[in-house]
Design a protein around this ligand. Structure first.
Ligand code: NAD
Length: 476
């Protein structure tokens, strides 16, 4: 049995209590996790606050911060296999995906290492000959970062990287569902040479840990990734101190295929767009909006591919679908599909849990063309479930795509470039992928509108969001 610890003020510490973590592939308890409660949270915030005002960090040059982040990126790359294995063990995400993702997690740290000394202020050409006026960009302060269990190494990197590049200090709260990868990351971070308290990593439950952290008066900014319901709690928590927030929430992303699309490429993109990470991804292309002219042929090909997907041990490189992270998700997916069938939707493949040990659910395709209110089409949930709607005209496709309160990602498959441009202009989403899906880069901002949240991660903007502007007037 492995035991993990918190990382507070540069030291490893047990929490107020401990709780077990279950291996989603076997259902067995494999590790004990520390549980942070109020005193642990306060210690972590105090450590971040002390580090923020300490000369060691506050007076470090931006280039110095960049060098430390570069060292961190190297350490992440060196420790990639271990981090990938732990993520697979604790979350059930297949090793093929965790190994691929950790490589670009290192790239994100590298990108923000390079950006640290390129966060510039500005000189303002004020209409007064005896006055010099300029803007300084200063770190926003202590950041509370709260992340879910899925893709946690990545979702943490897109907060820690820009926040430290900007000169902030961070308390990161990892999800209680599967905290092992980020608690192990703390051991790697510790070797990079940052002053103690610059980053603190804790885990615990929403009401007793997350809530205490996000309502803490010494927190200046809350960066959250998770569900909209939790986001509402967090915004209410942070409102007391008027802390700023950035929210990366869920999605119900449209994947639109026109009749002139490259069908094989669209089918492949749809398979990975929804079934990668067993559908446990905020950008999952969970609504296939397909031209009625090719619907039958497309679904036949898609069904063949979905049924050929290899389901099994997440530690096996050949596996394409692993278990869902928690048993509760199996129940949610089963209930939503049953309710959708009752409403008149028809399951094309999958739809029932796989009868093997562990939290397995098969790739599922469900036709909702005649049931626009079917819960599987309207509700966001984590699972390999694709809901399908046919359309006749471009206007219909757009209307169906935008018929959601979410607005995170979208995909459009067409060979008609002018049509692609019309769709780009009209789709309500933070990301539009044309003839591709799920592409990411540290350089490209990532985030949504509406129920999918606000603020952007990735790119230069993310680092600027961790700064505040100071206007300086100097009489000469
Ligand atoms: P969740 O909202 O239940 O939990 C996320 C985090 O919030 C966890 O660490 C949890 O402990 C914490 N939390 C819970 N209650 C809290 C409270 N009252 N105060 C403070 N913190 C609290 O989300 P989840 O089920 O773990 O993750 C799935 C959700 O995350 C989905 O909706 C998914 O789409 C979304 N997500 C979004 C992105 C993105 O980048 N947009 C990426 C991944 C996941």
């Amino acid at each position: 049995m492995q035991h993990f610890q918190h990382y507070i003020g540069g030291r490893f510490a047990n929490g107020a209590a401990q709780f077990p973590s279950t291996d989603p592939a076997t259902g067995e308890i494999w590790a004990m996790m520390p549980e942070a409660r109020e005193a642990d949270v306060n210690a972590a915030v105090d450590a971040a606050h002390s580090a923020f005002v300490s000369p060691e960090w506050a007076d470090m040059t931006a280039t110095g911060r960049g060098k430390l982040l570069q060292r961190l990126a190297d350490l992440v790359a060196e420790n990639a296999p271990k981090l990938a294995q732990l993520e697979t063990r604790d979350t059930g995400k297949i090793i093929r995906e965790t190994s691929a993702q950790i490589a670009y997690v290192a790239d994100y740290y590298r990108y923000y290492a390079g950006l640290a000394d390129k966060i510039e202020g500005a000189h303002l050409p004020i209409d007064k000959p005896d006055m010099e006026v300029w803007l300084r960009r200063e770190p926003v302060g202590v950041v509370a970062a709260v992340v879910p269990w899925n893709s946690q190494l990545f979702l943490s990197a897109v907060k820690i990287g820009p926040a430290l590049a900007a000169g902030c200090c961070v308390v990161l709260k990892v999800s209680e569902q599967a905290p092992a990868p980020m608690l192990e990351f703390a051991r790697i971070f510790d070797q990079a040479g940052f002053p103690p308290g610059v980053l603190n990593i804790i885990t615990g439950f929403g009401p007793t840990c997350g809530s205490v952290l996000t309502s803490h008066p010494k927190v200046d900014h809350v960066a959250f990734t998770g569900g909209p319901e939790t986001a509402r709690h967090i915004v209410r928590n942070s409102a007391e101190n008027l802390a700023s927030t950035s929210l990366e929430l869920g999605g119900k992303s449209p994947f639109i295929v026109f009749e002139d699309a490259d069908i094989e490429s669209a089918v492949n993109a749809q398979v990975s767009g929804i079934f990668a990470a067993s559908g446990q991804s905020c950008v999952a292309g969970s609504r296939l909006i397909i031209s009625n002219k090719i619907k039958d042929a497309f679904l036949t090909r898609l069904k063949e591919k979905a049924e050929a997907v290899i389901i099994g041990d997440p530690n096996d490189m050949a596996t394409e679908i692993g278990p869902l992270c928690t048993q509760a998700q199996i129940q949610t997916a089963t209930d939503i599909i049953a309710a959708s069938e009752n409403a008149g939707a028809s399951v094309i493949t999958g739809g029932r849990p796989v009868a093997i040990r562990g939290n397995y659910f098969p790739p599922t395709i469900i036709d909702c063309s005649d049931t626009p209110d079917a819960p599987c089409l309207t509700q966001e949930f984590f699972g390999p479930v694709l809901s399908v709607v046919g359309f006749d005209t471009e206007a219909d496709a757009l209307r169906i795509a935008n018929d959601t309160a979410y607005g995170l990602a979208s995909g459009v498959f067409t060979r008609d470039l002018t049509r692609a441009h019309r769709m780009i202009r009209k789709i309500r989403a933070g990301i539009v992928w044309i003839n591709t899906y799920r592409a990411v880069s540290p350089i490209a901002p990532f985030g949504g509108h509406g129920l999918s949240g606000h603020g952007r991660e990735g790119g230069i903007q993310a680092a600027l969001d961790y700064t505040k502007v100071k206007t300086v007037w100097l009489r000469t």
